[in-house]
Design a protein around this ligand. Structure first.
Ligand code: HEM
Length: 433
């Protein structure tokens, strides 16, 4: 990967090359062969809002639809069509992902591949662990100190950085494992983070990648189980996620160590690289607009809007797939039961019918629901954690790095990727402090 340029002593200590390599492999798996698909999406929304086949395949990227037994596939491009599918998990289900999604490496336990009561129950158990008061404490006592003191402060005297390698790759990993209750041992964290990325990379037709994902999922289970056992032995008053799950109960019984391990492991592949890419994309969009960055520096209440607009305009997770449970009709086209729908979130998020001048990045636009964190019953469970991390990181940079701008010695970053979007490297400079 190209983000190897400069690293701080602190970042060196925390970053493992294998994490960088595994991250680059995941990017390559989902990158496809078109950097800017948005003009094509605009054309499809206007002229072919329901396409026979999966446009992801046409773009040369891996997709769930090609890994399924042969069956009809349709791509939907318009906002209201995508929304009506995402909100109706009964008629448009996710269970088929048990065969080919991450669940297939994790003993069938991943929220994204669950339907109905099993999904509701699993979310019901997890949701209180992410309640607003919990998040408030986590933000103050865990997220903020980790990001400000371990990642941003050590950079400020240097006056230059490559944001993906020096910050964005590792801070979501360091934060999420801390919130879960894992001890801060840099080598182990890198190992776990690599394993989580290999699980994600297993969503590929390559049998070697699948084998690596199976091994990684087993390793992650074994390591997580030991940590769960250690947290239980340490008593029940911790405010980390594992301690909270130990204290929680379901239908009158408490969760076993095995169940807690399954819950925790399932979160890890979802929690880090999404935040890495979202932060790097946001920084690219703001650095491309220096006046906007200065406006935000002066008024930090705009950060939240900037994140929301960035996730609308350039979502990291650009497609969702669902299985049709009953014969359906979209835009007059009959879609038979058993078909797969490839939902183009990146297109829906720019539909002018809902977002005026949808191809323009505008943090002042009227707030409307976009799908960068999903929508409906499967909406991202870690949304507020991810947003808190990104807010804290941007705030810290604006506090400690005056006149932050692109490094003129490097090419401008390009946000690319068909299924997982983000820049490979973001080189910046500022006046050293
Ligand atoms: C900026 C960072 C993130 C982005 C862009 C993101 C995006 C998404 C999206 C689009 C979905 C919907 C999946 C679907 O409909 O099939 C989702 C679900 C999920 N996310 Fe996130 N996510 C982020 C961070 C996190 C974090 C930090 C965690 C964990 C703490 C997390 C855990 C999950 C889980 C467990 C699900 C599955 C929910 C379900 O199926 O009920 N995510 N995420």
């Amino acid at each position: 990967m190209s983000q190897t340029a400069t690293t701080t002593v602190a970042a060196d200590a925390k970053r493992s090359d294998s994490v960088g390599d595994d991250f680059a492999r995941v990017s390559a798996t989902f990158s496809g062969n078109v950097d800017n698909p948005f003009p094509i999406y605009r054309e499809r929304r206007a002229n072919m809002p329901v396409m026979v086949g999966d446009i992801v395949t046409e773009f040369g990227s891996v997709t769930f639809t090609t890994m399924q037994k042969p069956r009809p596939v349709y791509t939907l491009f318009r906002y209201h069509d995508v929304m009506s599918v995402l909100k109706d998990a009964k008629n448009f289900s996710s269970g088929f992902l048990m065969e080919t999604g991450m669940a297939s490496f994790m003993d069938g336990f991943a929220l994204t591949a669950m339907d109905g009561d099993a999904h509701r129950q699993a979310r019901g158990l997890l949701q209180p662990c992410f309640a607003p008061d919990v998040l408030k404490n986590w933000r103050l006592n865990r997220i903020q100190p980790v990001i400000r003191e371990e990642f941003v402060a050590p950079l400020v005297s240097r006056g230059k950085a490559e944001l993906v390698a020096d910050m964005a790759l590792m801070f979501p990993i360091r934060v999420i494992y801390d919130l879960m209750g894992f001890p801060n041992e840099p080598e182990s964290l890198s190992k776990f983070a690599s394993a989580a990325l290999r699980i994600l990379g297993g969503i590929s037709p390559d049998p070697e990648a699948k084998k690596a994902a199976m091994v990684a999922a087993k390793e992650l289970y074994d390591s997580t189980l030991k940590i769960v056992q250690a947290r239980r032995a340490a008593g029940l008053d911790g405010d980390d996620l594992i301690s909270r799950l130990i204290r929680s109960s379901f239908e009158g019984s408490s969760l076993t160590d095995h169940q807690i391990t399954m819950f925790t492991r399932m979160l890890l592949p979802a929690a880090a690289e999404t935040t890495t890419r979202t932060f790097s994309t946001l920084m690219t969009l703001l650095l491309e607009r220096p006046e906007l960055l200065e406006r935000i520096r002066a008024d930090r209440s705009l950060i939240s809007k900037a994140i929301d607009e960035s996730v609308r305009y350039e979502p990291v997770a650009t497609f969702k797939v669902r299985e049709v449970q009953n014969d359906s009709v979209f835009q007059g086209i009959a879609i038979p039961k058993g078909s797969l729908l490839s939902l183009c979130v990146a297109s829906a998020n720019r539909d002018d019918e809902v977002f005026e001048d949808g191809d323009t990045f505008n943090i002042d636009r009227t707030t409307r629901m976009a799908f960068g964190f999903g929508f409906g019953p499967h909406m991202c469970v870690g949304l507020f954690i991810a947003k808190a991390e990104i807010e804290v990181a941007l705030n810290a940079m604006l506090d400690m790095m005056p006149d932050l701008r692109f490094d003129p010695d490097y090419p401008r970053p390009v946000i690319r990727g068909i299924q997982l979007r983000g820049p490979e490297a973001v080189h910046v400079v500022w006046t050293p402090q």
